[in-house]
Design a protein around this ligand. Structure first.
Ligand code: ZN
Length: 283
């Protein structure tokens, strides 16, 4: 099914703004400073960057937006990081004026990014007609579950590879280590006779090392947090609620790095990180 068609005639910047407006989270200042469109010679990835720790914070997003599902997810994701960064309590001591942990900001970003695949959000916020969603609803729900399952296996490849790399950076069989893991965990066969540093094509190995476990922890936390929000705070879709935005400000963003990630999860969801919610969400 072609999910990109939902966004082909849409303004993704405007939709991102609307998504955060619905939650009472102001991102206009970040949008105004961001570099969102592709041009020759520009880095092809997307990221959010907080510059310095002086208030008001200077937070910017870099992206290469196209009107498709991938970039809708990515815009919602990166502005999730941005909303977190810009709402950290400026009265905290300098060193605590930061996120609690990479996995907590990934949780927010992943929870927001997943809206691009959420039939309820597509209907209520992105304005996708009911008739288009009727045939796509099951597929979208299936795709979201499949994405997250497949992603965990891919994250395990990254985790085990980096662990082997840092245990012995000089070992000469890294190409083999990589493909052995890909075959074992992702069930993807290596091309016959291939012995090239394919692992080096993954940008995180070079510029964001030892990062991937944060995505997995982020996925687990995102499910637990969304469930908590919708059960106890909003009693309905969190993405249509300014109360959800205020809750995130108080329970996650504001306290910055005052507590570690485990305590942050408990503060936000009233219990320790519990993978059962993630497992149940895959059923
Ligand atoms: Zn992210």
């Amino acid at each position: 099914m072609d999910v990109d068609r939902f966004f082909r005639d849409k303004d993704l910047e405007a939709l991102t703004l609307k998504a955060y407006d619905n939650m009472g989270l102001e991102i206009r200042d970040v949008l105004a400073k961001s570099d969102l469109h592709e041009r020759k010679g520009k880095i092809q990835h997307a990221f959010c960057l907080g510059i310095g720790r002086k208030y008001p914070y200077d937070v910017r997003v870099l992206a290469n937006v196209q009107p498709d599902s991938y970039w809708m997810d990515t815009m919602l994701h990166e502005f999730g990081h941005a909303a977190y960064d810009k709402h950290i309590n400026p009265r905290l001591p300098y060193l605590l004026r930061s996120i609690a942990h990479t996995c907590t900001t990934e949780a927010i970003a992943l929870m927001m990014g997943s809206l691009a695949d959420d039939p309820a959000w597509l209907s209520a916020v992105a304005g996708v007609p009911e008739a288009d969603l009727r045939e796509g609803r099951e597929y979208l729900l299936w795709r979201d579950r499949a994405d997250r399952l497949v992603f965990v296996r891919w994250a395990l490849v990254m985790f085990h590879f980096e662990r082997a790399l840092y245990a012995d950076p000089d070992r000469e069989d890294l190409n083999k280590v990589w493909w052995d893991l890909v075959e074992r965990l992702q069930l993807v066969r290596r091309p016959p006779g291939r012995d090239e540093p394919d692992w080096a094509a993954k940008i995180h190995v070079a510029v964001a090392p030892v990062y991937y476990h944060n995505y997995v922890l982020g996925h687990l936390t995102a499910v637990q947090l969304r469930r908590y929000l919708e059960t106890y705070i909003t009693q309905g879709p969190f993405f249509m609620s300014e109360v959800a935005g205020r809750y995130l400000l108080e329970a996650v963003f504001g306290p910055g790095a005052r507590d570690d990630w485990r305590t942050t999860v408990i503060r936000a969801t009233r219990e320790a990180l519990n993978p059962d919610y993630f497992v149940k969400s895959l059923h």
